[in-house]
Design a protein around this ligand. Structure first.
Ligand code: SF4
Length: 302
């Protein structure tokens, strides 16, 4: 599976060993995505968990094409001039959600700095189409920063997603080096604005470790996210996707006990739920984080 390709320069520690995935289920998923021409971040980003997720019939849909206007140094997704927006895509995503009978779906996208609304309308239409076909399905959107454009943020809120996720990706000190076209403070503003305008929508963020951050950097970014009102946090191990110069080397592999420490530190600091582990990615077992967060919110207000 993707592990070999996902990390070419280091021998992976033992804790990355994976169960053999359900290959029949994976072939069925591949067949469906090929026929529908839909993209998934699972494939485009060479996600190490694809076997496990697809084996369980879960995938993260990637809308707005598979070419990004940015080139973050940890991401395998192609960078360049994106293709035109596909007006049929929202409907096709909704039909795939129905075909997979998903209780919980994550929809993400590449960054589209080339569009006036940076893709907010396509997210709005996709959520709306899913709601028409699968009204019970919970919807998490993992969004780019829309350059913190208020019109785009309000358009997305109008679609009432259950969870709005925007990844801070790394610590403040490394942000410019790791994702030069993003801004650390702008990402915090985006998360803060969603919580300010729509306090009932759960917000979520994610960062990877292993790119050269120090312990104090990690604690600092977690406090910044709590101050921005973020409910759910995920922390995972960075894996170098290719040997290309664009992709930075892995500086350190964190142990499962270090990830456990940051989970406890995070929940002590104020997150309602923290998913932290070597294989954790923003949309990995995303439904579990959502359900736990809802339980905590219900307990707090009952
Ligand atoms: S914005 Fe960065 S992380 Fe997101 S798809 Fe583009 S290159 Fe990848």
């Amino acid at each position: 599976m993707t592990n070999k390709t996902a990390n070419i320069s280091h021998k992976l520690p033992s804790w990355f060993k994976q169960e053999l995935p359900d290959m029949d289920k994976i072939r069925a998923m591949k067949g469906m995505f090929r026929k529908s021409k839909l993209h998934t971040v699972c494939e485009s980003a060479l996600c190490p968990n694809m076997g496990e997720c697809w084996g369980a019939g879960v995938a993260t849909f990637m809308i707005l094409g598979d070419i990004c206007t940015r080139a973050c140094r940890f991401c395998a997704i192609k960078a360049g001039r994106p293709l035109a927006v596909d007006p049929n895509e929202p409907q096709e995503v909704a039909e795939a959600v129905k075909q997979l009978n998903l209780r919980y779906v994550v929809v993400t996208s590449v960054a589209r700095d080339d569009l006036p609304d940076e893709g907010a309308e396509q997210f709005y239409q996709t959520i709306t189409e899913i709601r028409k076909l699968m009204p019970q399905t919970k919807i998490e959107v993992l969004i780019p920063d829309f350059s913190n454009k208020m019109q785009s943020i309000e358009r997305l809120i109008a679609a009432r997603p259950d969870v709005v996720s925007h990844n801070i990706e790394t610590v403040r000190r490394l942000s410019e080096y790791v994702r030069s076209k993003a801004l650390h403070d702008r990402s915090l503003k985006v998360l803060r604005n969603f919580k300010r305008i729509a306090p009932d929508i759960i917000t979520k963020s994610s960062f990877m470790v292993g790119m050269g951050e120090e312990h104090d950097d990690i604690e600092a970014v977690m406090k910044e996210l709590v101050e921005a009102g973020v409910d759910i946090l995920t922390i995972g191990q960075y894996l170098r996707p290719t040997g290309l110069k664009r992709h930075i080397p892995v500086e350190k592999f964190y142990t499962p006990s270090e990830f456990k420490f940051y989970k406890e530190f995070g929940e002590h600091t104020g997150f309602k739920y923290v998913e932290s582990g070597p294989k954790v990615r923003s949309s990995f077992i995303a439904e579990e984080g959502y359900r736990r967060c809802i339980q905590i919110l219900e307990a707090a207000y009952s």
